[in-house]
Write a protein that binds this ligand. Structure first.
Ligand SMILES: [Zn+2]
Length: 248
């Protein structure tokens, strides 16, 4: 499938829209605010009109400033929109055989991205994201015929043990639910394990670089959700090659 394929372009635009809604969730979920309701400028509180809510484009047209008070709009908004667009493109390129499977995978990647983003910010994953993630992963596994009980039980069990042993210091309870969803998303337990190992490797590298550069100290708690999400994405992209590497 080519990047210029109409279906790929459709998925990119759909992803931008989901990214726009993702911005709302990133902003409101951690604060326990209600999700519905019009967006307003966080500085001057003016309601943002529909014309200024076009993903990425509005940001460029407004030159990154609020239409009313001219205060800077965070670059986070167009970045979240663009990344979600790219994730939707990855989903459709990875599942060219079925648009519905691609849509389900895109939804899973979107939720993973949001959970990673929020976990990095507040060191916790809202149940409003990880429960729907597990349910969607279940539908995805069923629809693509990849459902096994072994994969989610293996990875969730792995995190449950860490959670029990460390009394919740190494991993959070949200990570256990997230891991179960990733297990379902990956299908078989070998792929699920590749995702977890990839998460640990990336996490260890980031921690090492952080410690060496003094960005983080030994006492700092690092959220693991972002690394689980990266591990899952790596496995979606290069799972077959990594499986060959790990299991010969
Ligand atoms: Zn404003």
């Amino acid at each position: 499938m080519q990047l210029t394929d109409p279906l790929v372009i459709f998925f990119f635009v759909l992803g931008l829209t989901f990214g726009s809604f993702g911005n709302v969730l990133i902003l409101r979920l951690p604060k326990g605010k209600k999700i519905v309701g019009r967006s307003q400028c966080p500085k001057c509180k003016n309601q943002i009109s529909t014309i200024d809510l076009i993903p990425v484009i509005s940001y460029i047209l407004l030159r990154g400033q609020c239409r009313f008070c001219k205060k800077k709009i965070s670059i986070q908004y167009p970045i979240v929109e663009f990344v979600t667009g790219v994730l939707f493109v990855i989903a459709v390129m990875q599942t060219p055989e079925s648009s519905l499977a691609a849509l389900l995978l895109a939804g899973l990647l979107w939720l993973l991205f949001l959970m990673a983003f929020i976990d990095a910010q507040i060191q916790g994953i809202p149940d409003l994201l990880n429960i729907p993630f597990v349910l969607l992963a279940l539908i995805f596994a069923w629809f693509t015929g990849t459902f096994t009980i072994l994969a989610p039980v293996t990875v969730a069990g792995l995190f449950l043990v860490q959670w029990l042993v460390s009394s919740g210091a190494w991993v959070g309870s949200g990570d256990i639910i997230l891991a179960a969803g990733i297990g379902l998303m990956m299908g078989d337990w070998e792929r699920a394990l590749v995702a977890i190992v990839a998460a640990y490797i990336v996490g260890a590298l980031v921690a090492l670089v952080g410690l060496l550069t003094g960005q983080i100290s030994r006492k700092d708690h690092i959220a693991f959700g972002p690394f689980l999400a990266i591990g899952a994405l790596i496995t979606i992209l290069w799972g077959e090659q990594l499986l060959g590497l790990f299991f010969f």
